[in-house]
Design a protein around this ligand. Structure first.
Ligand SMILES: Cc1ncc(COP(=O)(O)O)c(C=O)c1O
Length: 391
């Protein structure tokens, strides 16, 4: 695919086209997709192997295995202060199905939903499918891309059905601070909209910041749908287990759609997720140490090569400004792939207006990440020097 053809794409289509292009580049290092590269913890794999050795795999209830729903509810309370029972949990085929079911069950055609800009654009597809209307809420580099109540308030209309929060954010690493969460909760209660809180990266918030679950705030249980899953926290992307926590009537509405489409999640994957949810967080703590090290490596690398970024407060991503190179992010990512053999995503993969930003993941072993930085540095510096000479 040529650069001109890529220019006509955005969102998920652009991301997938670049991943296809990277397959043709021998030895390319992928810093594109957001799937953890670390191994799924051994006790989780062992539980799946035990489940596999059963000669009959019972079909689980549509909403998920009872024990898993209970374990998720217990963790929601213990980890995040969400006071919920198992009947308020729906086990989904990854967070991806979860977000689709939430939009399908919640939105009627013409309903407005406030969404952060930039964002994980799978939400756009789900909202469009449900006939909803996305209203983008700006986020700014000077706020480290944290979503602010002051940016939300002027956009609320009588048609506002919901607000989407993704904390920490994919792609920016911005979060919802406790102070903003309280203000947003007040807006939700005053105007009667639902907050959809995607917390799939919630286990990876970098100190001194802390993860906040808005559904745990006073009066928010009835106003919040929390979405998360096992893909990121337990490095289980391919196992396809996510979950939605919501008031029981919303869970029933989503389960009805799930029953008519995919049915329950594979019983083997649910057994694995149960082992993950029931054990302590030692494996996640170990992952966190690895990701924190890589975050430092990438931060130092980007600073040295001269790409501006704001320190991500959570998650696996750097959201870096390409303008010092005098190139649009799409051009720069195209050149980084062909000249440095490193795949990064242009910002337009996450919202049409982000043509000067790159999303760079840290989901490669440390030595591979170091190699990627070494390959990127001369390319970025050369274009930056050319831009400077022109100005
Ligand atoms: C913000 C966000 N939500 C949900 C998902 C879906 O995750 P999965 O379907 O792998 O559980 C992703 C995946 O990258 C994501 O970035």
């Amino acid at each position: 695919m040529t650069l001109d053809e890529l220019r006509r794409l955005d969102g998920a289509k652009l991301r997938y086209a670049l991943m296809d292009l990277a397959k043709e580049v021998k030895g390319a290092i992928a810093l594109g997709r957001g799937d953890p590269d670390l191994d799924t913890p051994e006790h989780v794999v062992a539980a799946a192997v035990r489940a596999l050795s059963e000669s009959v795999q019972p079909l689980q209830p549509i909403a998920g295995m009872d024990a898993l729903r209970s374990a998720i509810a217990r963790r929601a309370k213990g980890d995040h202060g969400l006071d919920v029972g198992p009947e308020q949990v729906l086990v989904t085929t990854g967070g991806q199905e979860g977000l689709f079911l939430v939009m399908t069950a919640l939105l009627d055609p013409g309903d407005e939903i406030l969404v952060p800009d930039p964002r994980y654009t799978s939400y756009d597809q789900a909202i469009e499918h449900a006939g909803g209307v996305s209203v983008t809420v700006p986020t700014y580099p000077e706020d480290a891309f944290d979503l602010k109540a002051a940016a939300i308030e002027p956009l609320i209309t009588p048609k506002t059905k919901a607000l989407l929060l993704v904390t920490p954010s994919n792609p920016t690493g911005g979060i919802i601070t406790p102070g903003e969460a309280a203000k947003i909760a007040a807006l939700a209660q005053q105007h009667g909209f639902v907050v959809i809180s995607d917390e799939i990266y919630g286990k990876f918030v970098w100190p001194p910041h802390e993860h906040v679950s808005i559904g745990a705030l006073p009066g928010m249980a009835e106003h919040t749908i929390t979405l998360s899953g096992f893909s990121k926290a337990w490095a289980m992307t391919g196992w396809r287990v996510g979950y939605v926590i919501a008031p029981e009537d919303a869970i029933d509405a989503m389960a009805a759609v799930k029953g008519a489409t995919t049915g329950p999640v594979s019983s083997v994957s649910q057994a694995a997720a149960l082992a993950a949810a029931e054990a302590d967080d030692a494996c996640i703590d170990a992952f966190r140490t690895v990701y924190a090290e890589r975050r430092t490596l990438m931060a130092d690398g980007l600073s040295a090569m001269g790409l501006r970024y704001t320190d991500p407060r959570g998650g696996f991503f750097f959201w870096a400004d390409s303008s010092s190179t005098g190139l649009r992010a799409l051009e720069l990512s195209y050149l980084l792939l062909s000249e440095a053999r490193v795949l990064v995503f242009p910002g337009t993969g996450f919202g049409a207006s982000w043509s000067d930003y790159l999303r760079i993941t840290t989901l490669q072993p440390t030595e591979v990440l170091r190699e990627a930085v070494e390959r990127m540095t001369p390319v970025v510096q050369r274009y930056a020097a050319e831009a400077k000479a022109r100005s």
